[in-house]
Write a protein that binds this ligand. Structure first.
Ligand SMILES: *Cc1c(COP(=O)(O)O)cnc(C)c1O
Length: 393
């Protein structure tokens, strides 16, 4: 049992229900005063106190807001975590978590990562005296062998952005824990519907809720969840002390998106599978990177730790950089834009767009690479659109 936002005790039966049930109900009981079925947007900065220091559990909206509590409780539940904290963006969540490090600590970053994460760790966190290195995490034995004793955090995505490499969460957690460090998994690409990293040994899960969780390309947000109580207390302290919190409207939109995550992910995956089939047969395409393919080097690990391969596809074209760039302007339904995970299909060129900050680094990506975020439009329309655009390059 735990305290609800009006000091009411809420049932924990939520934990035995299925994913979609929890996405709709966990942390989202009807509002106790009016019975509002949907958690209201508590658009307030402060809360009346009956006497000084005597409050309802809410004092000031940087510290806590009931709309944010609903989102935090729902998402933590879906990640199998006891503690969850929402932030103004995915990078705000990452920054706040990384502030638990002190000068002299070291971070190992998986060698394919979101460009903004790479920039944060290599350019910003280093200003506080934290060092970093990149590692090929497809080889957990090498991570063990080359272990830097100053390492406090191993930070990875799986599948990675944009190369869709799959890392073995359980194997990397084992090496990390052997050396007394903690494993952070950015679960943005899979979403908790397809993968729950904590169950496989991760200590903390990060999300850009801007992507699949919000799911409608209309809100930016971030989230961190853990079962490590000491770390959770520090993150909660930092969430308030640093203040990179989401507003109530953003929490409402994100929670609204979360309710349909399961059905959306099923359609994203089905559409992606149809597109992969077309790409494999198209003569302009040289490589298709999708963890659901048997030929993918991480296919077996993906089957072990993911429910399905999801809606992200990357591929390379024979004709090189200019052809890849030109392809991104020739689709009708796939919009040329950064970001991913929304209901609409997007196409982008990582080398000059999302991953430009990684140029010249160990995280640089091939320049003939194109990344798709496959939406939930009619699958045949998406296949035809991309096929026609490929025919032109
Ligand atoms: C987008 C993204 C982020 C950053 O999140 P923002 O909400 O844009 O700050 C972090 N990790 C991954 C994998 C992402 O795709």
């Amino acid at each position: 049992m735990r305290e609800g936002f009006a000091g009411r005790v809420l049932p924990m039966s939520e934990h035995t229900d299925g994913f979609e049930t929890r996405a709709i109900h966990a942390g989202q009981d009807p509002e106790p005063i009016t019975g509002s079925v949907i958690t209201p947007i508590f658009q307030t900065s402060t809360y009346a106190q009956p006497s000084p220091g005597d409050h309802t559990g809410y004092e000031y909206s940087r510290t806590g807001n009931p709309t944010r509590t609903a989102l935090q409780d729902a998402l933590a539940n879906l990640e199998g975590a006891r503690f969850g904290y929402a932030f103004a963006s995915g990078l705000a969540a990452e920054d706040t978590v990384l502030r638990s490090l002190v000068s002299g600590d070291h971070v190992v970053l998986g060698n394919d990562a979101y460009g903004g994460t790479f920039r944060l760790i290599s350019q910003v966190v280093t200003r506080a005296g934290v060092t970093w290195s990149a590692a090929d995490l497809t080889n957990p034995g090498a991570l063990d062998r080359d272990w830097n004793p100053a390492t406090k955090i191993v930070w990875m995505e799986t599948p990675t952005n944009p190369l869709l490499t799959v890392f073995d969460i359980a194997a990397i957690a084992e090496v990390t824990h052997k050396h007394g460090a903690k494993l952070v998994v950015d679960n943005t690409f899979a979403s908790p519907y397809l993968q729950q990293p904590i169950e496989h040994g991760a200590d903390l899960v990060i999300h850009s809720t801007t992507k699949y969780i919000g799911g409608h390309s209309d809100v930016v947000g971030g989230f961190a969840a853990t079962n490590d109580e000491e770390w959770a207390n520090d993150i909660q302290y930092l969430q308030n002390a640093v203040g990179a919190v989401p507003g109530p409207m953003d929490c409402f939109l994100t929670t609204r998106g979360l309710k349909t995550l399961g059905v959306r992910m099923d359609r994203h995956t089905a559409n992606a599978e149809a597109i992969v089939e077309m790409l494999l047969a198209h003569p302009a395409v040289s490589h298709v990177l999708y963890p659901g393919l048997d030929s993918h080097p991480g296919a077996e690990i993906a089957r072990r730790q993911m429910k399905a391969a999801g809606g992200m596809i990357s591929f390379r074209v024979h004709a090189g950089l200019e052809a890849a760039k030109s392809l991104t302007t020739r689709t009708r339904l796939f919009t040329l834009a950064e970001s991913l995970g929304g209901i609409e299909s997007l196409i982008e060129h990582p080398g000059v767009m999302t991953h430009a900050s990684a140029a010249g680094s160990p995280l640089e990506v091939p320049d003939d690479l194109v990344r798709l975020s496959v939406g939930i439009e009619t699958g045949d329309d998406l296949v035809a659109d991309l096929n026609e655009a490929l025919d032109q390059i």
